[in-house]
Design a protein around this ligand. Structure first.
Ligand code: SF4
Length: 82
């Protein structure tokens, strides 16, 4: 799971914006302006018989600042990205 969903910068961050783009998810902001320090992204590639799924997760980041449930508070009632 992406650590960004519990980070205070999730709705301002350039890296999380790129993750949303990769997942074809709706963006939390159209104008991210926060540049995180050294985010590490884990890319998982799953292949099925007829499709390839690529999942991007931020697994480490020096700018991570815990704010539990930040994403969920911004999108009440929506499924939390995994
Ligand atoms: S953990 Fe890092 S990459 Fe993720 S939202 Fe926070 S600052 Fe951005």
């Amino acid at each position: 799971m992406c650590i960004c969903i519990n980070c205070q910068y999730v709705d301002r961050c350039n890296t999380y914006y790129a993750v949303e783009t990769q997942h074809q998810q709706k963006h939390l902001t159209e104008k991210p302006e926060f540049e995180p320090e050294k985010p590490s992204i884990n890319v998982n590639i799953r292949t099925d018989s007829d499709c390839i799924e690529i999942e991007w997760d931020v697994v480490g980041c020096e700018s991570f600042t815990e704010d539990m449930g930040k994403w969920a508070r911004l999108r009440p009632g929506e499924a939390i990205p995994t």
